[in-house]
Design a protein around this ligand. Structure first.
Ligand code: FMN
Length: 163
């Protein structure tokens, strides 16, 4: 894995900030996926990590809580409309993956999609709720008028797939 991660040479600001990705958690017998537009990739505690942020109101949240491994998958532009759909509908109400015609790919650990062009497989090593009193006022006003403060998940990157 250590060597594989050095193949990653993309601009994180573009692939996360401008494009978006799918965060997937659960097991083959029950999982969920949702679009994310916020993620950080770097090094912490001597490990390669990916950090993502999930509001408790998301159906994906309970899968993040109940499983140790999550994946973050990236797609070509032609999948943009599917990512918009998966980011505006809830897996509570329907089988979003089926609706979007995505094919789950069950890895030794974690679940991604055949259609993804690249994926990070991450093992949770830390999580914490963002604390409202520590957030700058202008961020709070902009992002948390209804509360629902994100929980931050730090995942150690245990595999990196380029397809
Ligand atoms: C471009 C985009 C980026 C998003 N980023 C995040 C994010 O980083 N964290 C989050 O909690 N929700 C994010 N969302 C919202 C969820 O994807 C959305 O609420 C989704 O319907 C949740 O699905 P679920 O209920 O099946 O988990 C984003 C939505 C879009 C369209």
């Amino acid at each position: 894995m250590q060597n594989k991660i050095y193949q990653f040479s993309e601009n994180i600001f573009k692939i996360v900030g401008k494009d978006s990705a799918l965060l997937t958690a659960g097991t083959p017998s029950g999982f969920n996926t949702m679009t994310i537009g916020w993620a950080t990739i770097g090094v912490l505690w001597g490990r390669n990590v990916l950090i993502c942020f999930v509001r408790p109101s998301r159906y994906t949240f309970q899968f993040m809580e109940n499983t140790d491994v999550f994946t973050v998958s990236f797609f070509d532009e032609i999948y943009n409309n599917k990512l918009v759909y998966l980011g505006s509908h809830s897996g509570r109400d329907e089988d979003k993956v089926k609706k979007c015609n995505l094919t789950p790919e069950y890895l030794a650990q974690g679940i991604t999609f055949d259609e993804a062009r690249m994926a990070f497989v991450c093992k949770k090593i830390y999580c914490q709720d963002l604390e409202q009193e520590l957030i700058a006022e202008k961020i709070k006003v902009r992002y948390y008028p209804q509360g629902d403060y994100h929980r931050m998940y730090i995942g150690e990157i245990i595999d990196y797939l380029e397809k």
